[in-house]
Design a protein around this ligand. Structure first.
Ligand code: NAP
Length: 254
């Protein structure tokens, strides 16, 4: 019988793994979205939307659904879901594979300021008015409302609610992946002086860093929250697929 797999998604890795599993006969995968964006990318496999009700709810979902494995392919900044996934996996002792996408690291020519959180990021822009590209999603704008002297271009998948925006801010609703040429042109067109980003890692949104390097712009890099105590993890969808194949072989007694 095919192994039932739950993939916690909302990332390029989750979509890549789902695509790879689409035609695999040994697996019966379900992709889970939080419902954070208005129109999630259509999935190549069966999918569901919405929270489970904490770690307990997730454990119940997995147990009642007869799942064989849990893949945490959530974003590096999805701190709560990562904790819930680990707690649920331990509670019901299900095979568990977290994907830990490598963080970005600065290259020669980069001018990065690393900060621990959004408040520090807003402070690091400085007191002088700057034209700032915010690529931090739509949930964390409060810190920048407290720095109203700057002009912000806010790029996020969905437009933020107007009342959450800093006073001088323009919304640019766009979903990645982004191309280097387009990123370079965007920085030129909007005369951006500083970029604020989370250290998401991954290739889909990396071209903005190369574009910033070519423009000689400062990047304020918000560091990741601490990772849960996973023990072992994999780095990408290919490795998660290999982990699943190894698990399936073990179950078949090969
Ligand atoms: P979060 O703060 O860690 O999670 C908040 C709650 O949302 C969780 O407790 C859970 O609710 C629900 N949830 C999160 N991911 C879920 C999933 N894949 N399936 C079902 N429920 C989920 O998460 P977040 O940072 O808001 O991220 C939400 C989603 O957006 C995740 O799928 C993540 O991969 C994706 N994403 C996040 C970022 C980011 O910067 N944070 C960037 C790109 C994509 P219950 O406790 O009720 O189960």
């Amino acid at each position: 019988m095919a192994m039932k797999i739950l993939i916690l998604g909302g990332t390029t890795e989750a979509t890549a793994l789902a695509t790879a599993l689409k035609d695999e006969q040994h697996f019966d995968p379900l992709l889970s979205y939080a419902g954070a964006t208005r129109s999630p990318r259509p999935a190549p496999i069966p999918w569901r939307v919405g929270g489970f009700g904490g770690a307990e709810g997730l454990a119940t979902f997995l147990r009642d659904g007869g799942y064989d494995a849990l893949i945490d392919a959530t974003h590096p900044f999805a701190r709560q879901m990562k904790r819930n996934a680990l707690a649920a996996a331990r509670q019901i002792d299900i095979a568990f594979c977290p994907i830990n996408r490598p963080a970005w690291t600065p290259r020669p020519g980069d001018d990065w300021t690393m900060v621990p959180d959004m408040q520090s990021a807003a402070l690091a822009i400085g007191t002088t008015r700057r034209r700032v590209l915010l690529t931090i999603g739509q949930k964390d704008l409060a810190a920048f409302r407290a720095a109203p002297q700057h002009a912000y271009l806010v790029r996020s998948v969905d437009p933020p609610a107007p009342q959450t925006m800093p006073p001088d801010a323009t919304s640019l609703p766009l979903r990645g992946p982004f191309r280097l040429d387009d990123e370079f042109a965007l920085l030129t067109e909007h005369q951006i002086e500083i970029i604020v980003t989370k250290n998401s890692g991954g290739r889909a949104t990396e071209p903005k860093l190369e574009a910033a390097r070519r423009h000689g712009l400062k990047v304020i890099m918000v560091e990741r929250p601490p990772l849960p105590d996973w023990g072992e993890s994999v780095e990408d969808a290919d490795q998660a697929l290999a982990w699943l194949h190894a698990l399936a072989s073990t179950k078949r007694g090969e």
